[in-house]
Design a protein. Structure first.
Length: 146
């Protein structure tokens, strides 16, 4: 008899450098506790990336964290991941996060899409790549798409 392993997914995360709202943290933890995942990717910025990193370390210590650091250190959080990739420009590393992930979780600071935002640019790129996207808005509302 062969035992079949449960398929796990890789999660990419993007969010505002202003940080997660209380509702976003609650929804994020609830969602993550209900799926099987083995690896996460984030961009190592202060705010939401850094908070996501510490939520994963605290509640899912077995999950591998892959960091895609920005070339410009101005907003870098300098988290300690399991894998730290070479620094790249923001937009390039955001695309790398999407390309490395099965699901994208986005926590923007706005309740609507805007043009000049790295988080929303990442969401638009994930849509173009037909990734599963979970947008958690500041009020805790969730939008799911492919």
């Amino acid at each position: 008899m062969q035992i079949q392993k449960e398929k796990t997914v890789t999660i990419g995360f993007t969010g505002t450098r202003k940080g997660l709202s209380v509702k976003q943290k609650e929804v994020l933890l609830n969602f993550l506790s209900r799926i099987s995942f083995s690896e996460v990717h984030h961009g190592d910025c202060i705010g939401a990336d850094e908070q996501f990193h510490y939520l994963i370390r605290r509640f899912f210590p077995y999950v591998r964290i892959v960091i895609h650091p920005p070339r410009n250190p101005k907003y870098r959080a300098f988290c300690k991941g399991d894998i730290i990739l070479p620094e790249k420009d923001y937009l390039v590393r955001n695309k790398d996060i999407v390309n490395s992930s099965d699901i994208i979780i986005a926590c923007p600071k706005e309740n609507h899409e805007i043009q000049r935002s790295g988080t929303w640019m990442t969401i638009r790129y994930a849509r173009k790549k037909r990734k599963k996207i979970i947008i958690v808005f500041p009020d805790g509302e969730v939008s799911l798409s492919h």
